[in-house]
Design a protein around this ligand. Structure first.
Ligand SMILES: Cc1cc2nc3c(=O)[nH]c(=O)nc-3n(C[C@H](O)[C@H](O)[C@H](O)COP(=O)(O)OP(=O)(O)OC[C@H]3O[C@@H](n4cnc5c(N)ncnc54)[C@H](O)[C@@H]3O)c2cc1C
Length: 359
């Protein structure tokens, strides 16, 4: 029997928007936070529902391409009105949808939570409460929040770990009014932005969290280089990553040194990513770094140390000099290499280090 037949969902449910079947970063965390129950909406929603690792009871509804958060909220509100805790990942779509669903359901929005839980009513007839911890001032302050009654929560990706469910999930379709082709008036007089065009993201600058391929550099990409050379090498990494259809990431060592911007830092104090392909060039694989990796389908580690943690968790480990490999990739992709970089690349890395130290 479906949740609709029963007229009820569990007390806590995650709502996740899929785009072409792809779920946003933090989707599984939101589902785990809601105890394994999820509603997946969007385009190719069934595919998205099937790809959840943390879901055990999953409903999906195909709502078509392009997100119309106002129309979706109007459609969802009556369906989710009895759910006490609605969790959405604090992804771009989740952040668009959550306040509208909260407003439609007449309940508070708890934005940017790192934790949330439902507290059962103490006596008969009481209402459940939602307790959460929200992150403020660039994650520097954590504030406890309690809502006396139901709430909508957006969960910051990277806030918690996810344990895949042991058995197969139940995945059921959810009958919803069609959105595609409907007018705002038909779905309840909502104002939605009009989409004029959807532009492909610029791989050089796109939000790392949205990248499906990430090529990251660590200290091992620039051993012996001075800061100016290291910046050049990271610029080259950005260009080569784009040729590979990906975006450049980095470890904290690289961002702290200023070789690449902080927005490129992956990890517990950086961006949480969840790409299909993750290539690590000279990255040791420290816990604080891999804590932000999500669950990439393919990991390639390029490192001179075959036993480093990054290589240990990789599908493919290349034991070689990361900078030499980057230069070779640049040549093969036809990416311009700065003249001094090019000549340095012809030297064995140990010789380059000696040069650098002498210089
Ligand atoms: C509170 C806290 C929060 C942190 N948050 C983050 C975070 O969000 N993100 C993050 O990344 N880090 C974070 N860190 C830092 C983290 O602990 C590690 O220090 C950092 O990730 C290591 O970066 P790395 O792999 O570039 O450098 P290293 O650990 O120095 O590793 C360099 C690697 O390069 C390899 N190497 C050396 N030469 C070559 C070569 N020629 N070719 C190929 N490989 C080579 C080495 O074998 C080694 O594996 C945090 C630390 C703390 C204490």
């Amino acid at each position: 029997m479906s949740a609709q037949d029963r007229g009820t969902f569990p007390d806590a449910v995650a709502v996740v928007v899929a785009r072409d079947g792809r779920l946003p970063v933090g989707a599984d965390e939101a589902v785990a936070e809601a105890g394994g129950a999820a509603i997946v909406i969007g385009s190719h929603a069934r595919e998205g529902a099937d790809s959840l690792a943390a879901g055990d009871r999953v409903w999906w509804a195909e709502t078509g391409d392009g997100l119309r958060p106002g129309a979706l909220a109007a459609m969802l509100a009556p369906l989710v009105a009895d759910i006490s805790l609605i969790v959405m990942p604090a992804s771009p779509d989740g952040r668009d949808l959550a306040p509208r669903v909260a407003a439609r359901c007449g309940r508070p929005l708890v934005a940017r939570a790192v934790r949330s839980e439902l507290i059962a009513p103490s006596g008969d007839g009481g209402t459940p409460r939602v307790r959460a911890t929200v992150s403020r001032i660039d994650d520097r302050v954590l504030v406890p929040v309690t809502v006396d009654g139901p709430a909508v929560v957006t969960l910051v990706p990277g806030s918690r770990s996810v344990t895949p469910t042991a058995g197969p999930a139940t995945v059921e379709p959810l009958l919803v009014p069609a959105l595609e082709g409907s007018t705002d008036r038909e779905v309840g007089a909502v104002l939605d932005p009009v989409v004029l065009a959807v532009l492909e993201p610029d791989l050089h600058t796109m939000d790392l969290a949205d990248a499906t391929r990430v090529v990251a550099g660590g200290a091992g990409l620039v051993p012996g280089a001075d800061d100016r050379q290291a910046e050049q090498i990271f610029d080259l990494l950005i260009a080569v990553a784009a040729e590979m259809g990906g975006s450049a990431g980095a470890t904290r060592v690289a961002t702290d040194a200023g070789w690449i911007g902080y927005e490129r830092q992956i990890g517990t104090t950086g961006v949480a990513i969840d790409p299909h392909l993750y290539v690590a060039l000279g990255v040791s694989g420290a816990a604080q770094h891999v804590g932000g990796l999500g669950t990439p389908r393919h990991i390639v580690s390029v490192n001179i140390d075959p036993s480093c943690p990054m290589t240990a968790m990789a599908n493919l480990g290349l034991v070689t000099d990361a900078h030499q490999l980057l230069l070779e990739l640049a040549r093969r992709f036809g990416v311009a290499v700065p003249a001094d970089e090019d000549s340095a690349g012809d030297l064995p890395s140990t010789a380059r280090h000696a040069e650098a130290h002498r210089g």
